[in-house]
Design a protein around this ligand. Structure first.
Ligand code: ATP
Length: 211
């Protein structure tokens, strides 16, 4: 018999992949199938200006100049502060990640009736958040194609800048070793059937854990 006071926890699935791999595109297919998606990178950006605790921590660590007078993030100042300084970047991430973690946990509770939920993050493994998820998928694509896609999507970026970002991310092969599922987005293999197959796997996993 089910315990009516117990809160149902949906299966939590992470989705990651390097820049331009197509994570957001894959997430839009899951969304079309009715699955809620938490975009950790967008929420992190938002929380950096809306979460009072985080704002105070950033000011204390990096100075009042981290924010403009209107409360928006002083991206130029902050990126200069952490640019090429792994230690400072690490410190900033250490402030942001726990706040995103709390916000995500609240969001999961709000979506407790969904059979499963997705957490999308570019640096899922790097941030260690895979440890709190039930399954992780990685979206992969050849590097040349990823660069081409990003250049088309973000014309202000250069090939060199994109390559530098790729070098700072965990190598794709490493992510593939750690992930439970790999989605190939190389524009040769069909994407939707791969997503639909995983959707059914997650639905059956949920059905067996809830029965
Ligand atoms: P980032 O980490 O930079 O946010 P991402 O992994 O979320 O990247 P997307 O934004 O989904 O990647 O994809 C990058 C660009 O490539 C987008 O403009 C997207 O529409 C396009 N794209 C991705 N996959 C395909 C595909 N299979 N066919 C055509 N265009 C694609």
């Amino acid at each position: 018999m089910s315990n009516s006071s117990a809160v149902a926890h949906p299966l939590q699935v992470g989705i990651t992949g390097g820049i331009g791999s197509g994570k957001s595109l894959v997430c839009s297919i899951f969304k079309a199938l009715g699955i809620p998606v938490y975009d950790a990178d967008s929420h992190a950006k938002e929380l950096m200006t809306t979460d009072g605790i985080l704002v105070q921590q950033i000011k204390k660590e990096f100075g009042e100049l981290s924010f403009h007078e209107d409360g928006s993030l002083n991206r130029g100042y902050l990126s200069k502060a952490v640019f090429n300084d792994v230690d400072k970047l690490e410190r900033l991430n250490r402030l942001v990640h726990p706040r995103v973690g709390e916000d995500y946990a609240r969001w999961v509770n709000q979506n407790a009736n969904s059979p499963y939920v997705l957490k999308e993050a570019a640096l899922l493994f790097e941030a260690g958040s895979h440890q709190t998820l039930d399954k992780v998928m990685v979206v992969v694509a050849p590097e040349a194609l990823r660069i081409e896609r990003v250049l088309q999507r973000d014309p202000q970026r250069t090939t060199e800048q994109i390559k530098a970002i790729i070098r700072n991310q965990m190598p794709e092969e490493e992510k593939m070793k750690r992930a439970d599922h790999v989605i190939v987005n190389n524009e040769t293999e069909l994407l939707i059937p791969q997503v639909v197959a995983l959707h059914h796997q997650f639905l059956s996993a949920t059905a067996s854990s809830r029965s």
